[in-house]
Design a protein around this ligand. Sequence first.
Ligand SMILES: Cc1cc2nc3c(=O)[nH]c(=O)nc-3n(C[C@H](O)[C@H](O)[C@H](O)COP(=O)(O)OP(=O)(O)OC[C@H]3O[C@@H](n4cnc5c(N)ncnc54)[C@H](O)[C@@H]3O)c2cc1C
Length: 470
Amino acid sequence: MFRREFIKRSLQISALTVFNKAWGLTPLPPAVQADVIIIGAGIAGLSAAKILKNKGLSVLILEARGRIGGRIWTDKSLGFPVDLGASWIHGINKNPIKQLADQFHIKTVPTNYNASQVYHPNGKLLSGSEENQLYKRYDGIYRLLMDIRRKRMQQRLPDISWQQALDQVLSQQSFNANALAELYFALNTEIEHEYAADLSQLSLFNWDVETPFGGSDHLVLNGYSQIVENIVKTAGLTANILTHQVVQHIDYGSASGVQITTNQAVFSASRVIVTLPLGVLKANTVEFYPALPKAKQVAIARLGMGILNKTYLHFPDYFWQQDERIQIIDSISMVKGHWAEWLNSHYYTRQPVLLGFNAGQHGSEIEAMSDGEIIDEAMQTLFQRYGNDIPQPEAQLITRWGSDPFSLGSYSYIATGASVADYQELAKSVNQRLFFAGEATSSDHPSTVHGAFLSGLREANKVWAITNKR
Ligand SMILES: Cc1cc2nc3c(=O)[nH]c(=O)nc-3n(C[C@H](O)[C@H](O)[C@H](O)COP(=O)(O)OP(=O)(O)OC[C@H]3O[C@@H](n4cnc5c(N)ncnc54)[C@H](O)[C@@H]3O)c2cc1C
């Protein structure tokens, strides 16, 4: 009752303006109504807004944070650009993000995953042939896992996790501690880091659903945020974006349109495109009235929201220079999933920076640790590699995407028991009023920037097709 009264009263624009002034917030634009409201100013929301604005519709984007970009976030506090979210354009062939980068004259550089080094836990660098052997053994296990998958699918047995399949393989082979650490290292860097989830969470049947564009992966130089900033600039979207608007309630039950209540005001629109991250949808921090259809709720619950966290360490100098061409520096850890993969940022930026990744379980664990504890743990790996007399970092940037209330995770994955149909379910519109975009609605390219971008285009075109018919 109270909320509905509040909504009615809040619709008075003058009251809103007074409210905003009282709190020293940017005054709201003269109208809080729009043809289309888009929730979230990540790449999905911005790509949708660009199309709809271009068609002549009035568009408002409500964004909870004080910045645009969402999981595309370039930080400049170290004095140079550092990407805390996405870094790579995955597969440049016909990739719309590469096309945007080219159009905006944004520099990108290919990553050569073979330009890598692997360190043993005892600090020894693996020789080329040792590395080859490690990956040969991994390929053998991988083939056995895929055999289990094929047989289970043929026999119509239920899905299991990667870990359950691996346990079957391991029960028939004996591995000493080193060989096991090497196997888990390969699985961690090849699978868990890519899908931001543990082997115990990932579906064996449906983990590799994406349709790759092909071509190499390119890292965006000088910050991925350049892409979103240029979209906003070239589409003239600045005035359409309202920041610090935390959407709390979406009422799509009325025949006249959709009402959205934020922490600051109430807005209304004929149609709404929701680009909330899967983590936010899972947490139910945004209330839908009426509740979302059961099938959509099931899909939200079934899909997984993974964790990949980044730790940038800025050192006083580039002490780890061995081979100038090395881009990836890996470490086999005796503790599964700890600090296995590092990017030699110096290769790309010429700054004395190392970037450590942690995914899945350890990615989650570090979120509860202080910066100091995380650095100490990271440094243990570096001491093993480079000796105890290396300098301490003079600055660090550490992400905690799982604790970020406007993301609650890094990107989606297909959890055991889920399938690509769940992504398709999430993409379905409701009552021709509520539309859903974002990486977790892309069945061809989930978990990626290009998937999110294309989902925004997809939903904008759906909205336009309906609007245009009337
Ligand atoms: C660490 C990390 C590394 C990654 N690396 C890559 C990579 O190299 N390449 C790649 O292709 N992809 C990568 N990704 C994935 C990629 O960043 C995402 O798939 C993509 O940016 C998602 O875009 P989106 O628009 O769907 O969601 P988002 O960017 O999350 O946008 C959703 C927006 O909704 C807003 N929001 C949330 N709650 C509310 C609310 N209640 N009210 C109003 N607004 C709200 C958020 O603030 C956000 O701005 C990475 C992600 C992470 C976290």
